[in-house]
Design a protein around this ligand. Structure first.
Ligand code: SF4
Length: 321
């Protein structure tokens, strides 16, 4: 079975080409919901992270360099409103986007008093083209009061909480200095589920603490949880991180390009077809990326993944029992 209603527009140069995908992709999911292209507009609301400021730890996660996933235009020097007003016209012109999700991305975006969060979230929602929020955070940075705030906002808006998890294995969470065990994620999920809030999870595959089979097992684990959205991507070593020092001292195997395509196909076959994929690979800027270096664009990776899955007769959930 191919997920035939899951054709999405390829990005960049291939904008006009319709590509059939073999998995439940975020772009199409949002288009189905809102009947127009929905894009994320990234904002930096000036949050910090308890894994960096000493509340949980000071070093942060060993792979973390926020510059590797923050667009240049996204800076807390401007108010949330100003960042949105600057980002939306560009996305409309460049991609023909019709509606927008405001993405609170860098650091930990529920790490403040609930009154502060409410003000920032309402500021973001107060734009006629904004239909909701995506909020990236840690599972140890939510509580009943914050979830109740999100529950209230979710009555009239698309509210997605993206919990950084990275791995279901405590041995890996310890290795990466994540500062919380897997159980913490499970508790956050239990608090969030069934309240109208969309739940996302973020996984990284490729840590040297895990076997390939252990990485693949995470697909089954996510499928048994109230996770609706998933980001999964290859581990990248970037400059200015503890992982870069570890890698320099003792290089470990990383995913090659074709290996990653095959890994994704295997992972997707084991994943529930109901889970919406938000990201399938990481793309740190060339200026800070150490490994693995693939020199592939987003469009190339998505096309190669589709071609590979097509040849293999592969689709999301194929091996799900
Ligand atoms: S990855 Fe997220 S949780 Fe970890 S140190 Fe960076 S901002 Fe904090």
């Amino acid at each position: 079975m191919l997920i035939t209603d899951n054709s999405v527009k390829a990005a960049g140069a291939a904008d006009s080409k319709i590509v059939t995908r073999h998995y439940n992709a975020f772009g199409q999911h949002m288009k189905d919901l809102y009947h127009t292209q929905v894009y994320k507009v990234n904002v930096d609301a000036g949050f910090t992270c308890p894994n960096r400021d000493g509340t949980v730890a000071t070093g942060g996660c060993i792979y973390c360099n926020n510059d590797s996933f923050r667009p240049v235009a996204c800076t807390s020097a401007h108010s949330v409103r100003k960042q949105i007003e600057k980002g939306i016209p560009y996305l409309k012109t460049r991609y023909g986007a019709g509606k927008f999700i405001v993405y609170f991305q860098p650091y930990t975006n529920t790490y403040a008093k609930v009154e502060t969060l409410e003000k920032l979230y309402l500021e973001a929602l107060d734009h006629p083209d904004v239909v909701g929020l995506a909020i990236g955070t840690r599972p140890d940075c939510v509580d009943e009061e914050k979830i109740a705030l999100l529950e209230g906002l979710a009555k009239d808006n698309f509210i997605l909480v993206e919990y950084g998890l990275q791995s279901i294995y405590d041995k890996t969470l310890n290795f990466i200095n994540r500062g919380h065990p897997y159980e913490c994620f499970q508790k956050a999920l239990a608090m969030t589920a069934g309240r109208g809030i969309r739940i996302g999870a973020h996984l990284i595959l490729g840590f040297p603490t895990e076997t390939r089979d252990e990485m693949l097992s995470m697909a089954g684990e996510m499928s048994g949880l109230p996770v609706e959205f998933l980001k999964v991507h290859q581990l990248q070593v970037v400059k200015g991180t503890a992982l870069a020092d570890i890698y320099a001292a003792n290089p470990f195997p990383m995913f090659g390009y074709q290996e990653w395509i095959e890994m994704l196909a295997d992972f997707l076959e084991l994943l529930s077809p109901d889970i919406v994929l938000q990201r399938l690979f990481a793309a740190a800027p060339d200026s800070i990326l150490i490994a693995p270096v693939w020199n592939k664009t987003r469009s190339e990776l998505l096309r190669d993944l589709d071609d590979y899955m097509d040849r293999r007769g592969s689709y999301q959930g194929r091996l799900r029992i």
